[in-house]
Design a protein around this ligand. Structure first.
Ligand SMILES: Nc1nc2c(ncn2[C@@H]2O[C@H](COP(=O)(O)OP(=O)(O)OP(=O)(O)O)[C@@H](O)[C@H]2O)c(=O)[nH]1
Ligand SMILES: [Mg+2]
Length: 460
């Protein structure tokens, strides 16, 4: 993709290629209005954004088809160019005919991501936001979608731009001094440089970490059910999945292999994992199933720690599990505490540890199950809201630039600390500014644009 043909008028089908009641053909470029006019859409006189109910003649055998044309006649549009959308029946052959007709009237077929690239070139979006558009299109679950939307609203580029701006101020101060080196005038002290650099370094490292956390963000979220044997884990997974996926029996040690099932809870695509009850392994089979259970427990994003509320050992089990949870939790882990079988609890459920907010439920009669589902979703949402994060593509593209920026900033810190001369410091700062600019797209090359927009589908 080169920037030179950003003035051509482009056309493409913008709706999914699967059958749908409505389909959309999108056009962008300076010739949009003329091309529409040639297609029979009376647009020559349009001066402000307008919706027209009209027809386009596609010739025999299709004839005249009704089209809703949305027209943006000036640069005040998504792409920063005159543009239009033709909405009609969602039939793919018909939409292709419409594109062909636009082609015969002077438009050329759009390449992947070309609309979003034009929005970027027009300054409507920065590069991380352009990638967020792709993130929104590709999002399969609520959390990923929320991330993409936050990135689209600038939550990643704004802090990076702020850091870059702080850095450019610093660079200006350092370079101002270079002209007066002979007179021994300094505009900024080494201590001041070090303080400002350290602050940016910390922020950059944090941004990189958060970005990488999100690296696997498109994978399904796993929710493990764990706890002692006979706690009611298998019964609970069946209830949550609304189907019989795991064997339930009164014998402790029923579940050996982990059992998984995919479910959707309020827009979250989750994989539930039933695990073997935690116990001392005495046989080879038990050794293996305990190892599997441990792996699932430590790798899962959400852990439902199940404790039998009818058991005399409730308190002891809870204490033990709490220790285990603490030892195995990662920064992203969500631990929820489930008191099971409440339908059969004789007294009110013992909740011996006031630090653990127990969710009381019965897989048998369904009590508390909705509360549990809600709690899983709310916790996921709250955790996601706390992350800056980025869409997966941005993380992959930008990690290298951020690594380079961090290396250069540390180099600048070393040079300053050893009083090596501000001209060397300024060269490193320029590298940092360049790398940060590449992330947001303030500094870009055809190659970067190819990498970003080449992953889009045509019509976006
Ligand atoms: N009353 C009542 N009994 C339950 C409930 N949930 C499970 N049970 C019973 O508890 C016993 C054990 O249930 P499971 O779901 O197999 O327990 P588990 O935790 O998977 O056990 P392991 O696979 O051995 O680790 C079975 O007899 C279930 O019928 C519940 O909510 N209420
Ligand atoms: Mg089981």
């Amino acid at each position: 993709m080169t920037l030179l043909d950003a003035d051509d008028t482009i056309v493409a089908i913008a709706s999914p290629t699967s059958p749908a009641p409505r389909g959309v053909v999108r056009m962008s470029g300076n010739e949009t209005l003329n091309i529409l006019q040639l297609m029979g859409v009376p647009s020559a006189e349009i001066r402000t954004p307008r919706r027209l109910a009209t027809h386009v003649e596609l010739g025999s055998p299709l004839g005249k088809i009704p089209v809703d044309a949305m027209v943006w006649p000036t640069h005040r549009s998504y792409t920063g160019q005159p543009s239009a959308e033709l909405h009609t029946y969602g039939s793919l052959p018909l939409l292709r005919e419409l594109v062909d007709k636009a082609g015969r009237c002077g438009a050329r077929p759009a390449r992947p991501g070309e609309y979003t690239m034009r929005a970027f070139l027009a300054g409507r979006l920065d590069l991380t936001q352009a990638e967020a558009v792709l993130g929104v299109i590709e999002a399969e679950q609520r959390g990923t979608l929320d991330h993409a939307l936050r990135q689209l609203s600038g939550n990643l580029s704004q802090p990076l731009e702020r850091m870059r701006s702080t850095l450019l101020d610093l660079l200006a101060d350092v370079e101002a001094g270079l002209d007066f080196v002979d007179e021994d005038i300094s505009f900024i002290s080494d201590k001041d440089i070090l303080d400002r650099l350290s602050t940016i370094a910390v922020e950059l490292e944090q941004t990189l970490r958060l970005m990488q956390n999100r690296g696997g963000g498109s994978a399904r979220i796993t929710v493990a059910l764990c706890g002692p044997p006979n706690a009611g884990k298998s019964c609970l997974i069946n209830r949550l999945a609304d189907q019989q996926v795991a064997i339930v029996a009164p014998i402790a040690g029923t579940t050996r292999d982990t059992v998984t099932v995919d479910v959707e809870l309020q827009g979250n695509h989750l994989t539930l994992v039933d695990t073997a009850g935690i116990e001392e392994a005495e046989t080879e089979v038990s050794l293996q199933s305990q190892a599997q259970a441990r792996r699932s427990t430590s790798e899962s994003r959400v852990r439902l720690w199940c404790v039998d509320s009818t058991s005399d050992e409730f308190a002891a089990n809870a204490t033990e599990l709490k220790e285990l949870a603490k030892r195995t939790r990662k920064p992203q882990t969500i631990d929820l505490w489930i008191a099971t079988k409440t339908d059969a609890a004789i007294n009110s459920t013992p909740t011996s540890d006031p630090n653990l907010p127990w969710i009381q439920c019965s897989a048998l009669n369904g009590d508390g199950i909705d509360r549990l589902k809600k709690s899983i979703c709310e916790n996921l949402k709250q955790h996601d809201a706390e992350e800056i994060g980025s869409v997966v593509g941005t993380a992959a593209r930008c990690s290298q630039s951020l690594h380079q920026a961090i290396a250069a900033i540390h180099q600048a810190i070393q040079l300053t600390a050893h009083q090596e001369g501000h001209e060397f410091v300024s060269a490193e700062l320029r590298t940092v500014a360049q790398c940060l600019g590449e992330v947001t797209g303030t500094v870009y090359t055809d190659d970067i644009l190819d990498r970003v927009f080449g992953r889009f589908c045509i019509g976006k």
